[in-house]
Design a protein around this ligand. Structure first.
Ligand code: 13P
Ligand code: 13P
Ligand code: MG
Ligand code: MG
Length: 370
């Protein structure tokens, strides 16, 4: 059977009222571009956004990291950027960090997650699009779904899940080349946890079923900070997860999002805030946040997508959002202090470093405290 590729490529190319949401004209421009210029390349597509990040999901038969598919999306973002400029949107072209396209969008600013699959008779999958946070925001939910029966009862109920999963984890601090490690759950769960606790450095790139060898998860690993060498906005990652049969059920994949765990991002990408599961196409608000994640569920047949289901659009998640709002309020009360703001290693290229350098010269070594 011919393989199908699911590609999600997303970028922030400009938004209304600061970093809140792209304009309708911008979204329409990107959508029209993909529809007209992509008609001989792609089978189907869907455009959506979380906050100011616009995601292009395409299905096609060209495999991952395909130059033509990536160029199509890059050029759609360029077309959208022109609209952003013409409307005076904030941060026009924000995530397009390179002037010329080179092969594929990895390392150029946009986030990308792709899965090349042999379609099962029924092929359900989820697409997550996050804003005001970093790729490591998915570490904890993926860990809990793929290793912990407290969140994923399928690990004890379904024989196909019991064999566990292989995690591929990337050390994104190593910028010269891709540096990855493969670890198997359940045997190496503690090693996986030891890495995934550090959301800024170790990021899940992919997960495979050990029962079938099939790939369940593809996540974006882009850290803009590492590409640009300075703060240019948060990475706002995307994620694809196949569900059911050899993979966890949809409800098991979304169950960890009930936690609203604290992640890096929020105002100026420099704070910790709880990750709020939001309806797709939500805006950003409180303190340029909270960090937000939307999720659409699809089925795909011969590359044709069904209409999406907005997974976090349900009364249950209204209650979660109330709780997450309370968590956001709680950490915001302490302003810049301690755990509320990110450590220096994450702030190193911003104004605070200049302040510290200036103050360093004023420090004196004294013999005796007076
Ligand atoms: P159904 O019995 O409705 O198919 O549900 C099975 C399942 O996987 C629920 O998590
Ligand atoms: P984005 O990364 O979503 O553009 O947000 C940047 C920012 O500084 C928000 O305060
Ligand atoms: Mg922005
Ligand atoms: Mg954003």
């Amino acid at each position: 059977m011919a393989k199908i590729t699911l590609s999600v490529i997303k970028a922030d190319i400009g938004s209304i009222g600061g970093h809140l949401k792209p304009s309708q004209k911008l979204i329409d421009t990107v959508s029209n571009y993909i529809e007209t210029k992509g008609k001989d390349l792609i089978i189907d597509f869907h455009i959506c956004h979380t906050g100011d990040d616009i995601a292009i999901l395409t299905t096609h038969k060209r495999g991952v990291l395909d130059t033509k598919i990536h160029k199509l999306c890059w050029d759609a973002f360029i077309a959208g950027t022109e609209v952003a400029k013409s409307q005076g949107l904030y941060g026009a072209g924000q995530d397009l960090l390179k002037d010329t396209f080179s092969g594929n969008v990895r390392g150029m600013g946009p986030a990308v997650a792709e899965l090349e699959i042999e379609e099962r008779p029924a092929e359900p999958f989820l697409m997550f699009v996050a804003d005001k946070t970093e790729p490591g925001a998915y570490n904890l939910p993926l860990y809990l779904t793929f290793t912990d029966p407290m969140y994923c009862p399928g690990l004890i109920l379904a024989p196909s899940l019991k064999k566990g999963f292989k995690f591929k984890i990337m050390d994104v601090e190593h910028t010269k080349a891709d540096k990855v490690i493969e670890l198997n759950s359940p045997e190496e769960m503690y090693d996986i946890a030891a890495l995934l606790r550090d959301n800024g450095r170790f990021i899940v790139q992919g997960i495979w079923s050990r029962n079938s060898g099939k790939k369940a998860v593809a996540a974006s690993t882009t850290r803009l900070h590492n590409i640009a060498g300075k703060y240019v906005g948060k990475d706002d990652p995307v994620l694809l997860v196949r569900c059911q049969h050899d993979f966890p059920a949809t409800g098991e994949i979304i169950s960890p999002y009930t936690i609203g765990h604290y992640v890096a991002g929020f105002m100026r990408g420099s704070h910790n805030g709880p990750l709020m599961p939001v309806k797709m196409n939500s805006t950003i608000s409180f303190f340029d946040g909270p960090p937000s994640v939307g999720c659409l569920a699809f089925c795909v047949k011969d590359g044709k997508l069904t209409e999406p289901v907005d997974v976090f659009d349900h009364p249950y998640w209204d209650w979660v959002r109330e709780r997450v709002s309370a968590k956001a309020d709680e950490i915001r009360r302490q302003g810049f202090s301690g755990a509320a703001m990110l450590p220096m290693s994450e702030l190193e290229y911003t104004g605070i470093m200049e302040t510290l350098e200036k103050l360093e010269k004023k420090f004196k070594i004294i013999k005796k405290v007076d």
